[in-house]
Design a protein around this ligand. Structure first.
Ligand code: SF4
Length: 604
């Protein structure tokens, strides 16, 4: 007798629906099909479609590499231990370190794949310990979400999925088809629904999305801010004559001092193309501006977000940010509502660990070494007095952890998430976690109870200041920052190229979980760089040594139509590629500006 369970895919922030006809028993570590996947043809989000990786979700249930139980680091190496013992040990260590260094020496880092309920439990844990340092770790989503929360523009209307199907003009920044083939079906439906419907894409490479564009603005890598500024200048000239735009006066003097010809020269996008994009945005409604989050894709993702919002506001369009982390939107809101100004971001916690002021890191599901750019995170976590990591599979970070706790994947979780469209969706566990494995919520409950028993109680933590709507002066200041970015920083030497990271849809986020799926391994098993034909004498394939200011790696390279002259494209869910990207902190935000890197290349 099969029992149907409706749940959602939690590999990305779209939240496609699926049904699992649950078998009666579980054969752990055995890929025996006691469960059957049923496609929800009437689900409005995905209409039965699922990405390849989600079709392989049962492998998460049975994977032989899953961490089976708690492990603790002793002088002789890792030892498997019972929950009771490990809990006592953890609490003793946390209590002693809090006593010695203060509660503020403790940080809590969360994977963006936790449910809202788990996030709230983690906030409880922060309050019980008395630390303000708690953050989710989706580095590519954070600047976008922080900018949206800053509220420079009132109008940031999220479309419903049905509304996307009916857009006359879709303006897409980034490679949405590469990130989410399921979401791209909706954009294709809109494009082919009526003959005059158009799709404009701003993306530096010949991406999957760019191939379908009516107008592809193939800007030089990292110059998206400049192209968007050019479009906005032309739009405001046209629209401003017909309707009042409240913030136009505040930004006019800055925009008036920018020469469109300079933008064209620096971005490689012609004036004709910028004019066409502006013209298409002013056509018949409805229209949408979509910004696809990407690791290392944009220079100043926060300002790219600001400009996308300004474009959508000026043209009365919808605005849809496409997040990488499955629950980035929900977790960002929950944490921002709790965290006082003194609370560090995930990146600041790594810097504090490096300096030695953060001593304890309670890490719920982040493969820190794999996630951060460059190599600093590896050195930072080695300096911690105590690192606890929960994980589904062993990874580079668990290898440096003092305690490793076995966490359940999303197919074994029940809870709530907020998808990119702002919908509250329910995860329903297909099966409960086997053996000694627990959900992150279960692990948090155990830790919270044990801390209570040890005499810890919730502390009063100063609440965050209420987010104030930005003034026109604030917007004007952001545009001054935007203007400062419009300068020639593209000078590359003859043996240099721009490293353009790409997100391959066979993996999710940093690939820490999807790397274990056989489909993802088959589709994208190793990092292979792509260059344009005829570049440096490499015609078909070979090996390339790539050196940046951060690291040096040698990987295979092949010729691909995706790459333009002067760029080298590489899949960013591999830690080798991330290690080439620069660590550039934006102090006013506490977030990293992870942008395309200038790299030296040597073909071997
Ligand atoms: S990864 Fe995203 S787009 Fe793909 S099936 Fe899952 S939720 Fe849908």
């Amino acid at each position: 007798m099969k029992e149907p369970r409706n749940t959602i895919c939690f590999f990305c922030s779209l939240g496609c629906g699926l049904t699992v006809n649950r078998g009666e028993d579980r054969v752990y570590y055995q890929p025996i099909a006691t469960n059957e996947l049923e496609y929800q043809l009437d689900n409005p989000i995905n209409r039965g479609s699922l990405c390849g990786k989600c079709n392989y979700l049962f492998e998460l249930l049975h994977h032989p590499k899953r961490i089976p139980g708690p492990r603790i680091l002793k002088s002789s190496g890792y030892r498997d231990v019972h929950w009771e013992n490990v809990t006592t040990d953890i609490i003793e260590q946390i209590a002693a370190l809090v006593e010695k260094n203060g509660a503020e020496s403790v940080g809590i880092m969360l994977s963006p794949y936790l449910t809202i309920e788990e996030t709230e439990q983690a906030i409880d844990l922060a309050q019980i310990i008395g630390t303000p340092h708690i953050d989710y770790c989706a580095l590519e989503d954070e600047p976008i979400l922080a900018k949206i929360r800053q509220g420079a523009f009132f109008q940031k209307r999220l479309p419903s999925i049905e509304e996307i199907d009916g857009m006359h003009t879709s303006f897409i920044v980034g490679d949405v088809f590469g990130v989410s083939p399921v979401l791209s079906r909706h954009f294709l439906k809109a494009k082919y629904d009526q003959r005059a419907n158009k799709m404009v894409v701003l993306e530096s490479s010949n991406s999957n999305t760019g191939w379908f564009a009516d107008l592809h603005l193939r800007a030089n890598p990292g110059t998206e801010v400049m192209v968007l500024t050019g479009i906005l200048i032309l739009l405001l000239e046209q629209i401003g004559k017909q309707q009042a735009i409240p913030w136009k006066a505040a930004v006019k003097h800055v925009l008036d001092s920018i020469e469109i010809e300079d933008i064209c020269k620096l971005t490689g996008v012609s004036l004709d193309q910028i004019q066409s994009a502006a013209g298409l945005m002013m056509r018949e409604k409805p229209s949408i501006v979509t910004l696809v989050s990407g690791f290392g894709v944009y220079d100043r993702a926060d300002l790219v977000t600001e400009l996308c919002q300004a474009l959508s506001d000026a043209t009365d369009s919808y605005f849809l940010p496409v997040f990488t982390g499955a629950n980035s939107l929900g977790m960002h809101e929950a944490i921002a509502n709790f965290k006082p100004a003194a609370g560090m971001t995930a990146s600041q916690m790594i810097e504090a660990a490096e300096k030695g002021s953060l001593k304890v890191l309670l890490n719920f599901g982040v493969d820190i070494i794999r996630t951060f750019p460059g190599t600093r995170a590896t050195n930072a976590i080695k300096k911690l007095d105590f690192l606890l990591s929960t994980s589904i599979f062993p990874n580079d970070t668990t290898g440096f952890s003092h305690v490793i706790l076995p966490a359940a994947p999303w197919v074994e979780k029940t809870g709530t998430t907020i998808n990119m469209l702002g919908n509250s969706l329910k995860l329903d566990a297909v099966l409960s976690p086997p053996g000694h494995i627990k959900t992150t919520g279960g692990i948090l409950s155990i830790l919270i109870d044990a801390l209570h028993q040890k005499g810890f109680d919730k502390k009063q933590i100063e609440p965050p200041e209420a987010a104030a709507q930005e003034t026109e002066e604030d917007i004007a200041n952001h545009f001054i920052e935007i203007k400062d970015l419009i300068k020639d920083n593209s000078a590359v030497e003859s043996n240099q190229k721009m490293l353009v990271p790409n997100n391959d849809f066979s993996h999710s986020g940093d690939g820490a979980i999807t790397q274990y799926l056989s489909w993802s391994q088959r589709m994208c098993p190793e990092p292979i760089a792509m260059i344009a034909e005829g570049e440096n004498g490499v015609h078909i394939s070979g090996m390339v040594r790539i050196s940046s200011s951060e690291n040096k790696i040698t990987i295979p390279v092949k010729v691909s139509r995706r790459a333009e002259k002067g760029m080298i494209i590489a899949p960013v869910h591999f830690p080798q590629i991330r290690s080439l990207l620069q660590w550039e902190m934006l102090p006013q935000w506490g977030y990293l500006n992870i942008k395309p890197a200038k790299v030296s290349v040597e073909f071997l």
